[in-house]
Design a protein around this ligand. Structure first.
Ligand code: ZN
Length: 478
């Protein structure tokens, strides 16, 4: 049996999580749960990037230590994974000893020729944790953050990325390293074909406020945040301790998927594979890239203060309602929008009136007619689901399932089971109930990677024996 590995990126913890990270968690969790449904041994990793310079700066502004800031904010990311019901195997923090050990070990494992010292000067955006060339700036400002990069002049270690240009291109063109959607693959190839430059992989201790992972054998240097952060995918499996998880899920798994946002594409599709090649380790199989979320059609920004806090939404509507919106209304790979108005519309139409109503009708019909559910749910999945999920088209999979929900609701209306009940035509009603219960159980099983809690409730409700109506799955909104 193939082992599988799924990760989210690890966000900077300079602020609390917003709904965009919930999207990433939800997509990664569908993959993890889907693979388990298919009987595969799957490990899901998420966590936080504690070592970014940004954290040092925000902590300084607040008059606390970077560790205090990270401890305070990491809690919310861990809590979000729990609240969203993400089936996480481990929550990695890059300030942990296990990560420090692993990141140093990774540096030492890279080809000696690939790491060298160089004095240089560059334009650095702290928000991106990346250097820019003058020509890539917009009016002298970072194209993503709109801030003026700082001029950094120092002696650092560099990684010989330029040596990997042809191999990276070959791996992507051949599909050995799959980047989805296609537009992101092309973007990566375009970037590689412009010519890859070596990149700095450390900074002097003072510029990092002493925070981060020390370079092996040179305590005057701290690992550059990406060179450090990317190794979380290994250290989260116990790479530094030669853990069994690392052997099983990294070395032994042909299905390793990173789910990331488009702003960190290059780090995952160029830097990271080159680093792994240098260290003689296998590459991930797939990098699945999602877009940005806007809120009410507007870019999420600090100045607008429009970041959506996912916790109150989960509290009010339930984790599955948020998962449904994120997975259904935002096609994977594309940009999407979150608005509470649209959220409530979809909730009412698809969850309360759609699935919720279907389940309620079946429960009541089973109860009134004394129908007894028998046997196990069938293992088959509705047609088209498999293809959709394997292509990471989660919204298509949900569309297929909700077509089924609509069909079943219509069929029940057409059959008029209440009339059959009144007319005491139990044999005919039983025949219909048998088929409907079979269908709702099949549906619930297919739904389990997407809306795990709802699926579980439906399967429990229609488990062998008599059925008694439970609490509504999705209460109608006031
Ligand atoms: Zn930037």
């Amino acid at each position: 049996m193939n082992a599988c590995y799924v990760t989210t990126s690890i966000p900077y913890v300079n602020a609390r999580p917003h709904v965009g990270f919930a999207l990433e968690l939800a997509q990664a969790d569908v993959i993890a749960r889907w693979r388990r449904l298919k009987g595969q041994d799957t490990f899901f990793l998420t966590g936080t990037d504690d070592n970014a310079i940004k954290n040092v700066q925000v902590a300084a502004r607040e008059g606390i230590t970077p560790r205090e800031l990270c401890d305070r904010n990491a809690v919310f990311y861990r809590r979000l994974a729990g609240a969203l019901n993400a089936s996480v195997g481990h929550f990695i923090r890059t300030s942990s000893d296990a990560h420090h050990q692993g990141a140093s070990r990774f540096w030492a494992a890279c080809r000696k020729e690939d790491i060298y010292l160089k004095r240089y000067q560059g334009l650095y955006c702290v928000g991106c944790e990346d250097f820019y060339l003058e020509k890539d700036l917009q009016d002298g400002r970072c194209p993503i953050h709109g801030t003026q990069p700082e001029t950094v002049k120092e002696q650092n270690y560099f990684f010989r990325l330029s040596d990997y240009q042809d191999r990276l291109e070959g791996l992507i063109v051949s599909g050995k390293l799959r980047i989805l959607p296609e537009a992101r693959r092309n973007e990566t190839l375009g970037f590689i074909r412009q010519g890859l430059r070596d990149f700095s992989i450390s900074r002097i201790r003072e510029r990092s406020g002493g925070w981060g992972v020390s370079a092996p054998d040179d305590p005057s240097q701290i690992l550059y945040v990406w060179f450090d952060a990317l190794t979380n995918y290994l250290t989260g499996l116990g790479y530094g301790q030669n853990g069994e998880g690392f052997r099983r899920y990294w070395l032994g798994s042909p299905q390793k998927t990173h789910v990331i946002g488009k702003d960190i594409l290059r780090f995952h599709t160029i830097y990271w594979p080159a680093m792994l090649l240098s260290a003689g380790l296998p590459l991930p199989e797939t990098v699945l890239v999602h877009g940005f979320l806007t809120v009410d059609g507007q870019k999420i920004s600090k100045s607008l203060g429009n970041a959506v806090d996912p916790f109150p939404i989960i509290e009010q509507y339930g984790a599955d309602a948020l998962r449904y919106y994120l997975l259904r209304a935002i096609p994977s790979g594309l940009d999407g929008d979150f608005s509470e108005g649209r959220f409530r519309e979809i909730y009412t139409a698809d969850l309360a009136n759609g699935l919720g109503n279907l389940v309620r009708r079946l429960e009541v019909l089973c109860e009134r007619s004394g129908y007894r559910v028998q046997g196990k749910p069938c293992c088959a999945l509705p047609a088209g689901i498999e293809e959709a999920v394997e292509d990471f088209q989660f919204h298509t999979a949900l569309q297929i399932l909700w077509d089924r929900v609509r069909c079943l609701n219509r069929e029940i209306e057409a059959v008029r089971p209440w009339d059959l009940l009144k007319a005491d035509q139990n044999a005919e009603l039983t025949r219909h109930l048998w088929a409907w219960v079979r269908d709702i159980r099949t549906l619930a099983r297919a739904l389990s990677p997407f809306l795990p809690e709802t699926a579980e409730k439906i399967l429990a409700q229609f488990s062998p024996g008599r059925v008694a109506p439970g609490e509504p799955l999705f209460p109608r909104l006031a």
